[in-house]
Ligand binder design. Structure first.
Ligand code: ADP
Ligand code: MG
Length: 695
C-alpha cells in the first residue's frame, strides 16, 4: 500500500479541508452556509466552487465529470461528460462551469417514474446536493445530485430523503428549544449501515444463469454442509477474501468512507462490512458506493459479490442493519442517556417519540423493507419477522413501566422514578444488544433497524423513520409549547405515550410462533409479503404523514407505490422467465442424456444380470421428469395469463399467488432431479460448489 491510512483517507474527496484550502474565504463561507442550512447558492459562488473543483480533480488525474443520482431502480445512475472544451486554435482547455456543477439534464425517460412522466415532460433535472461531498472515481469527478422532473416532482431517492432530514431537523429543534437548548443550529439523523454480502468464485458464478440474471439461485438442492458449521463465523479469513477486503477498505478510505469492521458472517461465503456512522444523506451515498465497489473489486479478484438478500434457499440471507440516531450539529447524540436528570428527561422524550413513531407507522416501516427479494427473508426463520416491534431491553422497559405506573423502579434505591429527578443508568452495548431477533432494537444509544435486505438503498427506510419521528416530535412540541408547567406536562407526556404505545415493545424471541399469536392479540400488523404491505403506502394516514411534512406530494406517493409494485412484478417475471429458460435449455437436455446413458447401459447388460439400479433410476427420473413437464407448463401458462391486462395491484397479487407459487413447485421437482442425475450431466454448479468456491 505504501501510503499510510491517514494519508490516503479521503484523498479522492472534495471535502471541507480541500474546500478550505482551495476556495477563497468568502466563497468557502458562503458554501458552508449552503451546506449547513440548505440555502440557495449564488451563481458566482457556484462558478468559483466549480473552478476549484475542476482544478483539484485535474490535479488528481480526472478528465470527466458526472452528475450522480439515485433513481427509483435502487441503483445509481451517471452520465459522464468531459471537461474538455475546444479552442479556436484547434487545442482544448479544461472547463467546468458553475452551471454544469449545479444543474444537469439527463433524459428521464429511461428511469421509473410511476406515472409522473406521463403527465410531465420526459426531461429530468439533476441538482447538486451540497450536503454530500463530490469525489473522484476511475478518472471521473462524481457530483452527488438530486433528480427530479421538469415540474419538480422527485424521481429519485435522495430528494425525499433530504426533505425528511429537513422535517426531523425542524421538529427536533422545537423540542430542544423547550429544554432550553437554543444554540443548536441543526439536528441531523445519523446512520451506520452494516452491509452483508456473499463472495463466490467467478467461474462458478458464470455457470449460474439464475445468479447472473436474477441475483439469486432459482434452483439448487440444499447443501450437505450448511451453516451449522460455525467455524465460518469470525473464523480466519481466507487469503483471497482478505486481499479483496484489503482493497475494498483502501478504495473506500480514498473515498472518505471509514469502513470499520469486517468478519465472516453466519453462512459459508458470507461476509460483512460496517462503516462508522455519519449523516443519513452521506451514509446513503456512501452505502451505494460501497455496494458498487464490493462488486467491482470482487470482479478484479476473480470473484462475484452477491448483494441479493436471499441468494440461496435454506441458507441465511443477507441483510443490512440500519443503525439510526439523532444528533445535534455539535455531535450530541439525542438517544444517548445523559449525565443529568434534565438530559435524561430529554432522552426519554426522544425515546418515547421513536416508540410512538414506530407503533403508529409500523406499516410504513414494514413497507420500507419490502421487496420481492426480501419476501424470502422476512418471516422466514432467520431475518426478523414481517411483524414490526421494538426491543428496548429489560432495564429500559422496567424504567418506562415504573414511570407509567408511578411505582418505584425496583433497581434504583428508593426514589420514585420521576422524570427530571433521577439519573438514568448508562446502557452498555453488551447489556442492550443481546436480542438479535428484533427488527427494531435499541442498542444503548441508537436504534438498529434490521429488516432491510442487503441490496436496499437505505434512503427509503430513513425517509420513513425520519418523517415518522418528525411527525411525533411535531405533536409533542405542539403540546409542550402550550403547557403551563413544562416539567409536569413533560412527565405526563412520556407516561401517556409509553402507556399508549408499549404494545410495540417486545423483548422476547421474535422468531417464535408465540410471538406471532401474541402480536396479533396486541393488534400489531403482520404484513407478510410486499404485495400485502404495499397498499398501505397509499393509506390516507400515511399520505398525510408525508404530505404534511413536505416529504412527498400526493402524486409522488402514488408514483412510488406504483414503481414499487411494478418492480415487484418485474422481478418475479424475470425470475419466472429465467427458470423456464434454464429448464428447457439445460435441465431437460441433461435429464434426457442421463436417461439415454442408463437405457444404453441396461440394454448392454446380458440377460440375468441385475439391472435394478438402472431400473430404479430410470423409473424415478422419468416420473420426476413428467412432473417437471407439468410444472413447467403451468408456470408458462401463468406467465402468459399475467399478461392479460390486469390492474397493477391484482397483477402483483397474481405474480405472488400464481407465478411465484408455480416457480416454487417447479423448483421442488428440479431440486429432486438434481439429486438423481449424474453430476457430469447436471448443468448447474451445486450449492456446495458455490458456497465453498472461494478458497
Ligand atoms: P453490530 O454488528 O453489533 O450490530 P457494529 O459495531 O458492527 O454492530 O455496527 C454498529 C453500527 O452502528 C456502526 O456502523 C456504527 O458506526 C453505527 N453507529 C454507532 N453509533 C451510531 C449513532 N449514534 N448513529 C448511527 N449509527 C451509529
Ligand atoms: Mg447489527
Amino acid at each position: 500500500m505504501g501510503k499510510s491510512v491517514p494519508e490516503i483517507f479521503g484523498c479522492m474527496v472534495f471535502n471541507e479541508t480541500v474546500m478550505q484550502s482551495r476556495l477563497p474565504k468568502a466563497v468557502f463561507k458562503s458554501l458552508k452556509r449552503t451546506m449547513m442550512l440548505g440555502k440557495h447558492l449564488d451563481l458566482d459562488v457556484a462558478n468559483a466552487v466549480a473552478n476549484a473543483m475542476k482544478e483539484w480533480a485535474i490535479d488528481k488525474g480526472a478528465t470527466h465529470f458526472t452528475h450522480y443520482f439515485q433513481p427509483m431502480t435502487g441503483m445509481t445512475a451517471e452520465k459522464h461528460d468531459s471537461f474538455i472544451s475546444p479552442t479556436t486554435d484547434g487545442k482544448v482547455i479544461m472547463e467546468f462551469s458553475g452551471n454544469e456543477l449545479v444543474h444537469g439534464e439527463p433524459d428521464a425517460s429511461s428511469f421509473p417514474s410511476g406515472g409522473l412522466r406521463a403527465t410531465f415532460e420526459a426531461r429530468g433535472y439533476t441538482i447538486w446536493d451540497t450536503t454530500s461531498y463530490a469525489f473522484i472515481k476511475d478518472g471521473t469527478l462524481y457530483i452527488p445530485t438530486a433528480f427530479c422532473s421538469y415540474s419538480g416532482e422527485a424521481l429519485d431517492k435522495k430528494t425525499p430523503l433530504l426533505r425528511s432530514i429537513e422535517a426531523v431537523d425542524k421538529q427536533a429543534k422545537r423540542i430542544l428549544k423547550l429544554f432550553g437548548n437554543t444554540s443548536v443550529k441543526r439536528v441531523v439523523s445519523t446512520v451506520g449501515p452494516e452491509q452483508e454480502y456473499f463472495l463466490l468464485d467467478k467461474e462458478v458464478h458464470r455457470k449460474r444463469p439464475d445468479l447472473i440474471y436474477t441475483g439469486r439461485t432459482l434452483f439448487g438442492a440444499r447443501p450437505p454442509k450448511g451453516q451449522e458449521l460455525d467455524d465460518h463465523y469470525f473464523g480466519v479469513l481466507k487469503p483471497r477474501v482478505s486481499a479483496f477486503m484489503h482493497e475494498v477498505d483502501e478504495e473506500l478510505w480514498k473515498l472518505g468512507v471509514y469502513v470499520k469492521t469486517k468478519h465472516n458472517e453466519v453462512a459459508p461465503a458470507q461476509h460483512e462490512l460496517a462503516p462508522v456512522f455519519t449523516t443519513t444523506n452521506m451514509a446513503t451515498d456512501n452505502n451505494q458506493l460501497t455496494m458498487e465497489l464490493l462488486k467491482s473489486v470482487a470482479d478484479k479478484h476473480g470473484m462475484a459479490c452477491l448483494l441479493h438478500e436471499k441468494p440461496f434457499a435454506g441458507v441465511n440471507g443477507s441483510g443490512k442493519h440500519n443503525n439510526w440516531s439523532l444528533a445535534t450539529d455539535s455531535g450530541t447524540n439525542l438517544l444517548e442517556p445523559g449525565e443529568t436528570p434534565y438530559e435524561n428527561a430529554q432522552f426519554l422524550l426522544f425515546l418515547v417519540a421513536v416508540i410512538k413513531a414506530v407503533d403508529e407507522y409500523q406499516d410504513m416501516i414494514r413497507i420500507s423493507a419490502a421487496s420481492a427479494g426480501n419476501d424470502h427473508r422476512l418471516g422466514a426463520n432467520e431475518a426478523p419477522p414481517a411483524i414490526v416491534s421494538i426491543f428496548l431491553g429489560e432495564e429500559l422497559t422496567e424504567i418506562l413501566e415504573a414511570l407509567e405506573s408511578g411505582a418505584a423502579y425496583a433497581n434504583r434505591k428508593k426514589a420514585e422514578m420521576e422524570i427530571g429527578v433521577n439519573v438514568l443508568p448508562h446502557f452498555p452495548k453488551d447489556t442492550t444488544d443481546r436480542n438479535r431477533t428484533s427488527p427494531f432494537a435499541f442498542t444503548g444509544n441508537k436504534f438498529e433497524f434490521r429488516m432491510l435486505g442487503s441490496r436496499f438503498s437505505i434512503a427509503g427506510p430513513n425517509i420513513v423513520i425520519n418523517t415518522a419521528v418528525a411527525e411525533v416530535l411535531r405533536q409533542f412540541a405542539d403540546e409542550l409549547e402550550n403547557a403551563a408547567d413544562f416539567t409536569e406536562s413533560l412527565a405526563a407526556l412520556v407516561k401517556k405515550t409509553f402507556s399508549k404505545h408499549k404494545r410495540i415493545v417486545f423483548n422476547g424471541n421474535n422468531y417464535s410462533d408465540e410471538w406471532v399469536a401474541e402480536a396479533e392479540k396486541r393488534g400489531l400488523s403482520n404484513l407478510k409479503t410486499t404485495v400485502d404491505a404495499m397498499p398501505e403506502f397509499v393509506n390516507p394516514k400515511n399520505v398525510k404523514l408525508f404530505t404534511s411534512h413536505g416529504v412527498f406530494t400526493q402524486s409522488e406517493v402514488h408514483s412510488r407505490y406504483e414503481v414499487y409494485l411494478e418492480n415487484y412484478c418485474r422481478e418475479v417475471h424475470i425470475e419466472a422467465l429465467t427458470m423456464v429458460d434454464i429448464v428447457k435449455g439445460s435441465i431437460i437436455p441433461a435429464c434426457l442424456k442421463y436417461q439415454t446413458e442408463l437405457v444404453t447401459l441396461a440394454s448392454l447388460k446380458p440377460d440375468g444380470i441385475d439391472k435394478s439400479l438402472e431400473d430404479y433410476l430410470l423409473e424415478n427420473i422419468s416420473k420426476l421428469c413428467g412432473c417437471m413437464l407439468e410444472k413447467l407448463r403451468s408456470l408458462e401458462s401463468a406467465i402468459i395469463e399475467a399478461k392479460d391486462g390486469k390492474e397493477l395491484l391484482p397483477l402483483a397479487q397474481f405474480y405472488r399467488n400464481r407465478v411465484f407459487s408455480a416457480m416454487s413447485e417447479l423448483r421442488l421437482v428440479v431440486d429432486e432431479l438434481e439429486m438423481l442425475v449424474a453430476k457430469k450431466y447436471w448443468p448447474l454448479p451445486s450449492y456446495a460448489e458455490m458456497l465453498y468456491s472461494v478458497n
